[in-house]
Design a protein around this ligand. Structure first.
Ligand SMILES: *Cc1c(COP(=O)(O)O)cnc(C)c1O
Length: 423
């Protein structure tokens, strides 16, 4: 069908069709999870009595904003936990995670990561990199980490020892920009159990970015005390224009709220302007949108593997996040891939991405992004550093036709660049 609207070489058409056939059973599992999670979300909306009046925004201090309060209750219900803080005021996922860390940690406390070095933007927050002003380290909060094993899996044997004396035990669910496995909910459950057996007071905090609604449960349903994420990823459903959330134990959410606003006022303030309706609507759409992103990722894995590239993860393995890495192997391949993805974007398709020197990176980076929301990675996007293994990390796709088209055009772009040998 795509070829009616886009120029696709017959070889790519054939490979794409075969890849899609191969993915049918995986698509079915994805759709079944989306149905489960969609019903989970719907029943939370009904149970908490979401009403049109909740969409009216407040101004100023935002006292008594029922929409804000009900949205918190709905999110907590969906995630099976006591309370939540879902706000457009979080400027990013990093900001929400930072709020949670500073919310619960005090000078002299210790935090331990059980999943190796955290995501790049968290490193200045913790104080792992030199010269970051206002880091946890500057406030006298110590940091340790338990590295992942050489095969990228958690070091279960090392957990009991590692969590001794720690106030916060930190897990990162998604792979981020590495080629390790994403933590499944079952693995998160096991890590929570091991951590709490050895240190019952520990607060288990999970960076849940890119993981929401991929499986049927969230980390808060298997032992995590706090989970955190971004609304321009999965739970914003491609509709929220900004924001983030923290969800979990009531006492901890109160501490986080006092850090987000101010001690003494906590959750009682924070006007919603006109944002509440979009946060409700985005959350409502999220399970279906996440399913589109997952189909796009699985399809990309199948197609590019058939075209002779290494892909992580493979198309048929169970997933716990929406990220797909494709190892192009050459600088030209990475550039052609990203340029192809860009050609299928609903916004800015006429732009040609080029590698550039991005602040904070030691090699050039290329990015394809043509989104309704700047930086939204629930919308189809792909990027990668211009160095070995010349891999593209792609994620998102808020509709299946656009996700599939972006992936097929990436293959077409490689063919046009002479980087594929049709057989
Ligand atoms: C996206 C992401 C974050 C937060 O990043 P922001 O760009 O600040 O929203 C944190 N951890 C992981 C693993 C992520 O993927």
């Amino acid at each position: 069908m795509i070829q009616e609207f886009f120029h696709i070489d017959p070889y790519i058409q054939k490979m794409a069709q075969e890849a899609e056939e191969l993915c049918r059973p995986a698509f079915q599992r994805i759709d079944e999870n989306a149905e489960y999670n969609g019903c989970k979300v719907l029943s939370a909306f009904i149970k908490k009595g979401v009403s049109e009046s909740h969409f009216a925004g407040s101004t100023g201090y935002g006292y008594g904003d029922r929409g804000r309060e009900v949205l918190d209750e709905v999110l907590a219900e969906i995630f099976g936990c006591e309370d939540a803080l879902i706000r457009h005021n979080f400027v990013s996922g990093t900001h929400a995670i930072t709020t949670a860390l500073f919310g619960v940690l005090r000078p002299g406390d210790e935090m331990v990561s059980l999943t190796g070095t955290p995501y790049d933007t968290l490193q200045p927050v913790i104080g792992i990199v030199e010269g970051s002003s206002g880091s946890l380290k500057e406030f006298g909060i110590r940091y340790r980490q338990l590295d992942l094993l050489p095969d990228g899996t958690p070091d279960f044997q090392g957990v009991a020892q590692a969590v001794q004396g720690a106030k916060v035990v930190y897990l990162q669910r998604s792979r981020g920009y590495s080629l390790r496995e994403t933590l499944s909910i079952a693995t998160i459950q096991k890590l929570c159990q091991l951590a709490k057996q050895a240190n019952s007071q520990a607060i288990v905090m999970v960076d849940n970015c890119y993981g929401e609604f991929v499986e049927r449960q969230e980390p808060t349903q298997v032992g995590a005390d706090l989970i955190i994420g971004s609304l321009i990823k999965n739970p914003g459903g491609g509709i929220a224009r900004t924001g983030g959330y923290i969800a979990g134990r009531r006492d901890l959410i109160e501490q986080c709220a006092c850090r987000l606003t101010a001690p003494g006022v906590g959750k009682e303030v924070g006007c919603t302007l006109g944002e509440s309706r979009e946060l409700f609507l985005g959350l409502f759409h999220a399970p279906t949108v996440v399913a589109c992103a997952l189909r796009t990722a699985v399809f990309a894995a199948a197609l590019f593997e058939r075209l002779g590239f290494q892909v992580f993860p493979k198309w048929d393995v169970p997933r716990s996040d929406i990220i797909q890495a494709v190892r192009l192997g050459t600088p030209e391949g990475l550039v052609a891939f990203c340029q192809g993805v860009q050609r299928g974007a609903p916004v800015d398709a006429f732009v040609t991405p080029e590698p550039w020197d991005m602040p904070g990176y030691d090699s050039q980076v290329i990015m394809a992004a043509g989104a309704f929301t700047l930086g939204a990675s629930i919308e189809l996007s792909a990027d990668g550093p211009m160095r070995e293994p010349y891999a593209a990390w792609m994620q998102g796709g808020i509709t299946w036709p656009s996700g599939k088209t972006g992936v097929v055009l990436a293959a077409q772009s490689l063919l046009e660049a002479g980087l594929l040998q049709p057989q």
